[in-house]
Design a protein around this ligand. Structure first.
Ligand code: AMP
Length: 472
């Protein structure tokens, strides 16, 4: 009998590394580079150290640190050793970290990757990746958890491989690409979506520790693809040095993790002549839908399901909860079988919690999170519908519509507006364009909306801050 071919994700990635391992993988801000050969050797030493220190296949290895190439050596070394990679947001406080360590019970916890990798170099490198099945866990990603306990989404080698291959194909990556990588690497966007596309192409990355206008503007001169959250694009547009010429070498700008405002899409096209490609994903499934590489990219739509993803709208209504099934969907929440069971239908579709619809072309449009739905006086109000109206009004940069307790209506519609304006005029205009029950009862002006590191507006914080507005 021949030995089964291992489904270890590391083997898939390493098989695509450039034949000449001297080729650059990371181009750092200080002008130095780290080659594919150095990445590969680093990963093998990390795996060697983990194995000698007693880390077994299936054990978790946690990492909380600033972004560095050594973090990626550790990620790949963990895969090689057959262990499960658990990245933690570098902003988490010690008390928060304690919860994750208690829940995941990792066998090792790394907080200083450069030193840890340095010490690993004293260990014999692992000569080959530990064999894994497609159904074995590769990574545990804790959801940002705006309500209740943060849940660990279990992602397998098979799920990550399927998604990476589909994206590599969908976005036309080749070894000639250079990816501008300014995203954090404790989240699926930077860690899986961006990194895997580059590694599968064997192409270099302009590797920035975080988004900074100057470094991104400089990096755009040599990059061919940029991936970002919407805030990256609004920040670039706010900088006059971001011109059509600056963007000209880039063949593809991709946005995700939070909704891209149609106004940002339009302004970006006017400035650069390029249409941002928006895609939709989540920790539990990596990427779900994408606008096309060739073909129309439409502002406000997240495009079509990736090949292999089955997508349907719950309730069969015009708008409902998006349900998905396919090879890259996670295999459940870590140690939460009950919660996992609640989030899957009997026929195996995952309830994403995002509300949306499909148009006759099959394109997907997201109208918000199910838990952000407002029920006012018994009527359903979809915040996105109201936000789209408010965002067009003079003085409004961006709006976030929430429901807060109201003595008569159960919930009252409130608009938190980034910008300036006249409350009564905004309410009147909303009532002119929308059914009266959808119009905000109050408008609150702010300089900035609260966002998490991935650029998502934190509506839970807005709901808490304004909970007493109607004295309910
Ligand atoms: P996370 O698991 O932290 O990546 O968050 C996933 C959530 O981000 C999804 O369930 C969506 O609510 C939201 N999201 C991601 N991409 C988009 C997008 N392009 N448009 C709208 N919402 C998005």
């Amino acid at each position: 009998m021949t030995a089964p071919i291992s489904a270890n994700l590391y083997d898939l990635l390493a098989a695509r590394f450039p034949a000449d391992r001297r080729a650059s993988c990371f181009i750092l801000s200080n002008g130095t580079t780290v080659s594919y050969g150095e990445l590969e050797a680093g990963a093998a030493h990390v795996a060697g150290r983990l194995v000698t220190e007693g880390v077994r296949p299936g054990d978790r290895v946690a990492l909380q640190a600033e972004k560095s190439p050594e973090s990626i050596m550790i990620y790949l070394g963990v895969l090689m050793a057959g262990a499960v990679y658990l990245p933690l947001n570098s902003a988490y406080t010690p008390a928060e970290v304690e919860y994750f360590l208690g829940d995941a019970e990792p066998a090792a916890f790394v907080t200083d990757p450069p030193t840890w990798v340095d010490e690993a170099r004293r260990h014999t490198p692992l000569s080959a990746a530990v064999a894994r099945e497609a159904s074995d866990l590769a990574s545990l990603i804790y959801t940002s958890g705006t309500t209740g306990r943060s849940k660990g989404a279990m992602l397998t080698h098979g799920a990550l491989a399927a998604n990476a291959l589909a994206l590599h194909e969908a976005w036309g990556f080749t070894s000639d690409d250079v990816l501008l990588h300014a995203l954090p690497i404790f989240h699926v966007h930077g860690l899986f979506v961006a990194l895997h596309c580059a590694l599968l192409s064997g192409c270099p990355m302009v590797w920035l520790p975080k988004f900074s206008d100057d470094e991104v503007l400089a990096g755009l001169g040599r990059a061919t693809v940029m991936m970002g959250v919407p805030t990256f694009y609004t920040r670039l547009l706010a900088n006059p040095a971001f011109t059509r010429e600056r963007a000209a070498a880039v063949r593809l700008f991709i946005s995700g993790s939070a909704p891209l405002l149609p106004s940002t899409f339009a302004e970006f096209e006017a400035r650069t002549g390029q249409r941002i490609l928006e895609r939709y994903g989540m920790s539990e499934a990596v990427i779900i839908t994408t606008n096309p590489l060739d073909g129309d990219r439409i502002a406000g739509s997240v495009g079509y399901p990736l090949p292999g993803v089955e997508l349907r709208i719950g309730g069969g209504e015009a708008a409902g909860v998006i349900q998905i099934r396919g090879p890259s969907v996670f295999s459940g929440y870590w140690r939460m079988p009950q919660k996992t069971a609640e989030e899957f239908t009997a026929d195996g579709f995952f309830l994403t919690g995002d509300v949306g619809h499909r148009d006759p072309d099959g394109r997907v449009w997201i109208s918000g999170r199910a838990k952000d739905l407002i029920i006012s006086g018994g009527y359903n109000v979809y915040p996105k519908e109201v936000e789209l109206v408010l965002d067009e009004l003079p003085g409004v940069v961006e709006s976030a519509v929430i429901g807060v307790p109201h003595p008569d209506f159960g919930e009252g519609v409130v608009a938190v507006v980034m910008g300036t304006g006249d409350e009564a005029a905004i309410v009147a205009e909303a009532r002119r364009q929308l059914a009266a029950y959808k119009a905000p009862k109050r408008v609150i002006f702010v300089d900035e909306l609260p966002r998490n590191t991935m650029g998502k507006v934190q509506k839970n914080r807005l709901r808490e801050a304004h909970a007493g507005l109607f004295g309910a």
